[in-house]
Design a protein around this ligand. Structure first.
Ligand SMILES: NC(=O)c1ccc[n+]([C@@H]2O[C@H](COP(=O)([O-])OP(=O)(O)OC[C@H]3O[C@@H](n4cnc5c(N)ncnc54)[C@H](OP(=O)(O)O)[C@@H]3O)[C@@H](O)[C@H]2O)c1
Length: 369
């Protein structure tokens, strides 16, 4: 009974946390609900923007604004309250100061500066602490933050729109549109979730995409284009100077005259080549992007580039939109290319996290095993 009660409120915390999508990076998504000592809702909140108040503080502020005393109350929070001074003071201290009696948390904060210290601080102050309610869901909510904190690397997802036979375009490069409008609208939500979108020269030339987020309150991701020889036209939509950062990854020894055509707003990132493939060294690129504060990347590219990211073991997630169409053409690109795997057991394996239907299309959300 108690478990169901906790789960109900942590579920609400997760839903609140998601309202921060697109605005909190590099911070985690967090939601909080506070009940007064009689179990009545006192306040709720979420972390709205990096650098601004944390979820618990917003929930406490709401209670205060409504004149509700939270002394003896319970705080539910999707992630362990912080214990350190970052851009804001520790939330654990504030909960103690306000006389909260019990704290129910979804999961421990993986940030080494916290990592259980927030919960310890609360316990030391005599607060009853329960942690691990809907733990898997809470961890999934912050999969990007967890990877950043534990591996010091960006979380990387590949998104593809494929036919039933895994093709991403016809042999002539035509791909508009494989999937339905409903699927494509959902892609806008994905774009809002990630710090950056990455594509290659072939897609820029074939499709001239903008790679922006077209949600009403959406945030445009940074756009990263891999184009070692700078062959993409400077007037391509991705280079439109709309205030969104664009990073162009080129080979180290590119001659300056090839870069002259791009506007000053296009950031040039010179990368060494991978000795084997003779293409941009993706491990180097990803490291540099992380150094630049890019915590998550959504790849929307052709099969060779997708395949290269998989080969380097850089991909965490695959969003595979499947449309009920077949091309049946060997010369049409497959969503992942460049492998030679003779044994089926050696194929790239995934865990299926979810299946969603968008009209006639299906979205498989998969984690790399
Ligand atoms: N349905 C979908 O989900 C979807 C999504 C995106 C694109 N598309 C379709 O895909 C087609 C474009 O695909 P594309 O393959 O021509 O272009 P692309 O993937 O957009 O660009 C190719 C880029 O990948 C780089 N690259 C290739 N292999 C690499 C490796 N091993 N390591 C590092 N970089 C590597 C190339 O580098 P260099 O600069 O060194 O040559 C080039 O910049 C279009 O028809 C488009 O419509 C479909």
């Amino acid at each position: 009974m108690q478990n169901k009660f906790y789960e109900k409120h942590i579920k609400k915390c997760i839903a609140l946390a998601k309202k921060g999508e697109g605005n909190v990076s590099p911070n985690p998504l967090v939601g909080a609900v506070i009940l007064d000592k009689n179990g009545n809702l006192a306040g709720y909140g979420w972390h709205k923007k990096c650098g601004q108040a944390h979820a618990e503080i917003n929930a406490l502020n709401m209670a205060e604004a409504n004149g509700i005393d939270v002394k003896g109350g319970t705080a539910f929070v999707s992630l362990e309250p912080c214990s350190h001074y970052g851009k804001t003071p520790p939330c654990a201290d504030k909960l103690i100061e306000k006389g909260i009696k019990k704290v129910v948390a979804g999961c421990v904060d993986p940030n080494p500066k916290v990592a259980g210290r927030g919960l310890k601080k609360l316990k030391d102050a005599g607060i009853e602490v329960v942690c691990g309610v809907l733990e898997d869901e809470c961890k999934k909510l912050n999969e990007i933050f967890i990877k950043n904190q534990t591996q010091k690397a960006p979380f990387i997802a590949v998104k593809t729109a494929v036919t039933l036979d895994g093709k991403i375009a016809t042999r002539t490069g035509n791909s508009k549109w494989i999937t339905s409008e409903k699927s494509r609208n959902f892609v806008q939500k994905l774009r809002n979730r990630y710090d950056a979108i990455l594509s290659g020269s072939g897609t820029v030339i074939a499709d001239n995409p903008s790679l922006t987020c077209r949600l009403k309150k959406g945030v445009n991701p940074v756009r990263i284009i891999i184009d070692s020889n700078a062959i993409t036209p400077a007037d391509a939509n991705v280079y439109n100077n709309d205030g969104t950062k664009v990073i162009l990854a080129v080979k180290e020894d590119i001659t300056p005259d090839k870069l002259k055509k791009y506007s000053a707003g296009v950031e040039i990132l010179k990368c060494p080549l991978n000795e084997k493939s003779g293409k941009i060294n993706l491990v180097y690129l990803v490291d540099k992007l992380y150094e630049k504060g890019i915590m998550s990347i959504l790849i929307e590219a052709g099969g060779a580039l997708n395949g290269a990211f998989f080969k380097e073991g850089l991909v965490d997630r695959l969003y595979q939109f499947i449309a009920p169409k077949v091309l049946g053409d060997n010369s049409a690109q497959c969503f992942i290319q460049g492998f030679e795997i003779p044994k089926i057991d050696d194929g790239i394996s995934f865990e299926l996290d979810g299946v969603k239907r968008f009209g006639q299309d299906v979205l498989l959300t998969l984690s790399r095993l």
